[in-house]
Design a protein around this ligand. Sequence first.
Ligand SMILES: NC(=O)c1ccc[n+]([C@@H]2O[C@H](COP(=O)([O-])OP(=O)(O)OC[C@H]3O[C@@H](n4cnc5c(N)ncnc54)[C@H](OP(=O)(O)O)[C@@H]3O)[C@@H](O)[C@H]2O)c1
Length: 308
Amino acid sequence: MRVLLAGASGAVGRPLTRQLIAAGHQVVGISRSQSNAERLRNAGAEAVVADVMDRENLLAAVRDVRADAVVHELTALGTTKMGEALQGTNALRTTGTANLLAAARAVGAHRFLTQSIVLGYGYRDHGPRVISEDDPFAEPVGGKLGEAVAAIRATEEQVFAADEMEGVALRYGFFYGQDRMTDMIVNLVRKRRLPVPSGGGYANFIYLEDAAAATVAALEKGRAGQAYNIVDDEPVRWGDYLDTLAAAFGARRPWRVPSWMLRPIPYAHAMMTTSMRVSNAKAKRELGWAPAVPTYREGIPLIARAAR
Ligand SMILES: NC(=O)c1ccc[n+]([C@@H]2O[C@H](COP(=O)([O-])OP(=O)(O)OC[C@H]3O[C@@H](n4cnc5c(N)ncnc54)[C@H](OP(=O)(O)O)[C@@H]3O)[C@@H](O)[C@H]2O)c1
């Protein structure tokens, strides 16, 4: 397939570009910068320079592009300002998705994959039950988190409702691997500046190479109108994950703090006090995919080895 990939220069976009090409697909990556476009060309992709938030600019940039599928892997997490990052990401999920759907029509695509996130099952303690794609997703909530949840819902709904478009949503767990965000977390752990709420909840991770492999599988085999949880085989408590990370990098164990102490950083508080055990059974069954890095126990040593 010819794939128009928004976010090709990002954390998942880079391994995804590589894996798509290795699987025999052609990639046209979208980036806002000439330098990232050049990197994409060096990786064997074609590239267009466009701002997805500017519909006219995007449609002009893809005027001569033909593609079978569009993949949305955009975030605004590239800034250190939390508020800007969250608002920007919300906009990429609402307006960005709408603009990419217009671009999908313009390039003749019939398939559209959008990123989503397992946190859409709700920022709360879900207890020991296992969550599948049949569970309620992105139900309206109030406050700042309400905007984030509404944006997650907006990207999925738009893609599923688009006429004559096979829409698929990938509900990823937390990414980790060789990327800027993992480096940042390692740095905080090394400096002992990432406290863990005592008794913190279960989180669901996915190694970046595995997230990319699941996305290739979903492009080829995902059913229209379906969402897939893309997580590894074992939910892990934040404390166990960060202790293992600290040990792998020769750092001291992160501090344990009462969860209220994280309240001044509302998003971190919401994330680390949420607890859920998400199943990847549907992705395994329908996409013929399984994570090559099944748990953090195998993944963290890979990060530490790559950093040496
Ligand atoms: N990180 C996680 O743990 C996680 C978990 C679940 C779901 N997700 C979702 O998975 C997707 C990929 O995340 P990631 O961590 O790989 O992202 P990332 O590394 O932050 O990369 C973001 C990408 O978006 C592009 N971009 C941002 N704004 C743009 C705009 N206005 N126009 C065109 N391109 C724009 C950037 O390209 P240029 O800078 O080259 O323009 C970059 O390639 C995201 O949609 C994210 O929400 C992430």
